[in-house]
Design a protein around this ligand. Structure first.
Ligand SMILES: CC(C)(COP(=O)(O)OP(=O)(O)OC[C@H]1O[C@@H](n2cnc3c(N)ncnc32)[C@H](O)[C@@H]1OP(=O)(O)O)[C@@H](O)C(=O)NCCC(=O)NCCS
Length: 154
């Protein structure tokens, strides 16, 4: 099945607290240092942009972003490992770009581990550019790892 057909059957919807258990299962499997359920609940309570991708009633991905004035900051974007490399990550990001354009956002920022080559390929191909680094941003075995800061004008 093509990526386009896949995404046509996919729903991009607001995350609610009923989604948190399914989100957390993906989160825990995807990151060495996952967010807790409390962090997701706090993001929902603080009106961050929290969205999920639903395919045939199954939650297969999610994102969390904040908006301050005309700037958006993507804080988490993740696809269930069983559904990766099928176009869903690009679709999720594209839906966010469309949504924040309507909200008059001008620029999107995010951080990424330099070792996360698949995410960096996605972001670069979507027009993100490296604008700097944040020292010791991510926890890593035995210490901390720097983050690349990326930005894109929308
Ligand atoms: C990063 C992530 C969201 C990408 O989602 P995805 O659904 O697998 O990505 P897509 O299928 O939409 O692919 C988009 C692009 O990403 C890159 N990509 C995806 N999977 C890749 C892989 N295994 N190896 C190299 N590049 C890859 C490719 O450039 C791809 O474009 P192409 O298919 O036109 O070549 C997903 O890998 C993920 O959830 N990773 C764990 C969480 C994470 O690291 N999030 C990002 C934090 S900054």
């Amino acid at each position: 099945m093509s990526s386009l057909q896949n995404t046509l059957m996919t729903k991009y919807v607001h995350m609610s607290d009923t989604h948190i258990d399914a989100v957390y299962i993906i989160e825990e499997k995807s990151y060495g240092y996952p967010w807790s359920k409390k962090i997701f609940n706090d993001c929902l309570s603080n009106n961050y942009i929290c969205r999920v991708l639903i395919l045939d009633d199954k939650l297969i991905g999610y994102l969390v972003a904040s908006i301050v004035n005309d700037e958006c900051h993507i804080m988490n974007l993740c696809i269930d490992s069983s559904f990766r490399s099928c176009g869903y990550g690009r679709y999720l990001l594209g839906e966010l770009h469309s949504e924040i354009k309507i909200l008059n956002c001008k620029v999107v920022f995010l951080e990424c581990r330099p070792s996360n080559t698949s995410a960096l390929k996605l972001y670069n191909s979507e027009g993100y550019n490296e604008i700097g680094q944040r020292k010791n941003y991510y926890p890593a075995p035995g210490g901390y790892e720097d983050a690349l800061m990326l930005a894109k004008y929308v």
